[in-house]
Ligand binder design. Structure first.
Ligand code: SF4
Ligand code: SF4
Length: 225
């Protein structure tokens, strides 16, 4: 049995995508492997997919056209390494200068700098925010857990870049309403213990899932008997 299971609408009576953690050693990598079939599944209802049923690959109403992507720390390091760039050079070539000035490492958007012919050119290295976004209804606790993992990973990127002196916000730079929203989230997540778990990890396999459960998401922990 898989350490993490994803259940689809109409399977076992569920009406939304939901996940269950079945083993205490489950990691973020296990969750990502269980989640990936959602992107490829054309039987699943997707709000923005052609005809509401299509794989994400090559989607023409592509969320990558306008996404506000700040990579989690594992993805950030993997992308820079894959492109053979230092973190400093990666930031200056692929990230929006005006967002760096307000302390937010947003990848160049509209469309995403990595989107080519409606396909992600760095698909195996893409960020948690890209991996988890799916335009289909999610169970509340499931959505909260993937949201928490994503924002913890993003906050780890920001803390790491700040510690390395690569992110030095200009106090005079203005923020958009979206920047302020994201900035508030980072303030909220900055002191969570999960940030250090991301900073100490080399891969998603190094990040255990159980420390990310809280009173709301604890229903997802359903160990095998
Ligand atoms: S999640 Fe994005 S790529 Fe996938 S169907 Fe929806 S809009 Fe298209
Ligand atoms: S990194 Fe890839 S998946 Fe993420 S927004 Fe850019 S093109 Fe889309």
């Amino acid at each position: 049995m898989s350490k993490v299971e994803v259940y689809y609408p109409n399977q076992e009576g569920v009406s939304e995508v939901c996940l269950r953690i079945r083993d205490e050693s489950a990691t973020l990598e296990d969750l990502l492997q269980a989640w990936q079939p959602l992107c490829d599944d054309s039987s699943l209802f997707k709000s923005f997919a052609p005809g509401n049923h299509a794989p994400c690959k090559g989607c023409t109403v592509n969320c990558c056209q306008s996404a506000y992507v700040i990579p989690d720390l594992i993805a950030f390091k993997r992308m820079a390494e894959g492109l053979h760039l230092s973190h400093r050079d990666f930031l200056s070539a692929y990230f929006q200068a005006d967002k760096l000035a307000v302390g937010l490492p947003r990848m160049k958007p509209n469309p995403c700098i990595f989107l080519q012919n409606n396909i992600c050119s760095i698909y195996p290295w893409r960020s948690l925010i890209c991996r988890f976004y799916i335009c289909t209804p999610l169970n509340g606790a499931t959505e909260q857990l993937v949201y928490s993992l994503t924002w913890t990973g993003i906050t780890a990127t920001i803390v790491k870049l700040e510690e390395a002196g690569l992110l030095q916000p200009d106090p005079g730079a203005g923020m958009s309403s979206m920047d302020m929203l994201f900035n508030d989230l980072i303030v909220e997540y900055r002191d969570k213990p999960g940030v250090r778990l991301f900073m100490e990890a080399d891969t998603y396999r190094d990040i255990a899932l159980l420390p990310f459960l809280d009173s709301y998401t604890s229903e997802l922990w359903q160990p095998c008997p």
